[in-house]
Design a protein around this ligand. Structure first.
Ligand code: TXA
Ligand code: MG
Length: 315
């Protein structure tokens, strides 16, 4: 069944909010592109979102919030980050910040990073959905992985109509390219993704960025340590694609059968993705060696295997 395309009004905002509350996916227009929104705190909803996009790996997602006050609950702002938010929010600027202690964006949405990407969209429909829902929404562009970003509700309906629950039609998007992403993890801000707001506009607020920080101009230069926050990596030794555990190993199962912990007894990849980070941490706190059941390399299974391979790598 294909999702209804609805005009934005008080009734459809409330309907969108209750759909999101129930773990649903709602396509919402922003000033950049249409986003596919899900409850940022709901691991199951976020797993469905990755499945809908068909991405082969868990890219971290942008969490949308109404304003800086809401953002301060999610990320730790440096003085420079505050300057940028005050200059460009609401608007097409995304800030990457260290996760705040009060943060609610789930680990799956952050792809295991200790940082969080935040943006306050400048669009009446996006703002109204955020207000009706009352908590952060992750919203990557509402297109399947590898296709171009949608700037009209009809694009979303034709590309993702059968996997989203609801599409709000706010007409064509103003900008058509995604937000500029600026990392504020190190002292000097760094452009991670060029977008609607230009380097010149950013420099007018925070002073000149050096070449590497200006975003991909000097790609060969390695990013300084501390610029990227680390992926969660377990201390335990991980053995992947294990049909059964050795006596010394805990077993992270998938599908029916005995296991120390099970990603999904029903062999459901969405459930497995939603539990992956939590169960890895739980096992890591209790065991030195973890064997992991084979996970099919299809659909969301690709992203799960990619994440497990990263976690198993020792350096
Ligand atoms: O314009 C936009 O930003 C659109 C509209 C819908 O708001 N949204 C969007 O979201 O493009 P999304 O989730 O597709 O952007 C994800 C990108 C990642 O690929 C990564 O580049 C960056 O945001 N990102 C997210 N979290 C990050 C983090 N913790 N560290 C570094 N980069 C991060
Ligand atoms: Mg995209």
């Amino acid at each position: 069944m294909t999702a209804p395309v609805l005009p934005p009004n008080a009734e459809t905002f409330a309907r969108a909010a209750s759909c999101l509350e129930a773990g649903g996916l709602v396509a919402v227009p922003t000033e950049t592109v249409y986003g596919l929104a899900a409850d940022a705190a709901n691991e199951k909803a976020v797993a469905r979102l990755y499945a809908a996009k068909g991405r082969p790996r868990f890219n971290p997602l942008i969490a949308h919030i109404p304003d800086r006050r809401a953002a301060e609950r999610e990320g730790r702002f440096s003085p420079v980050a505050r300057q940028l938010a005050d200059a460009f929010w609401p608007g097409p600027l995304t800030l990457v910040l260290p996760v705040a202690e009060t943060g609610t964006v789930c680990e799956l949405a952050r792809a295991g990073l200790e940082s969080v990407a935040l943006r306050a969209p400048n669009h009446p429909v996006a703002a109204s959905v955020l207000e009706a829902f009352g908590r952060p929404l992750v919203a990557p562009s509402a297109n399947p992985s590898g296709k171009i970003s949608p700037t009209e509700a009809a694009h979303v309906a034709s590309d993702l109509g059968d996997v989203v629950d609801l599409i709000l039609d706010g007409g064509p998007c103003q900008h058509g390219i995604e937000s500029t992403i600026v990392s504020c993890l190190a002292e000097a801000p760094q452009i991670l993704r060029p977008g609607t707001i230009t380097q010149v506009e950013i420099e007018a607020v925070v002073g000149s960025l050096d070449k590497a920080a200006a975003g991909g101009i000097d790609k060969a230069r390695p990013i300084a340590p501390g610029q990227l926050s680390r992926h969660y990596a377990p201390d335990a030794h991980l053995r992947l694609d294990a049909e059964k555990p050795e006596p010394s190993e805990a077993y992270l199962g998938f599908g029916p059968g005995p296991a120390t912990a099970n990603l999904s007894e029903a062999s459901d990849l969405v459930e497995a993705a939603s539990r992956l980070f939590r169960l890895l941490r739980w096992l890591d706190e209790r065991h030195d060696r973890i064997a992991v059941a084979p996970i099919p390399r299809t659909g969301l299974g690709l992203a799960i295997n990619d994440r497990l391979a990263l976690a198993a790598k020792r350096d």
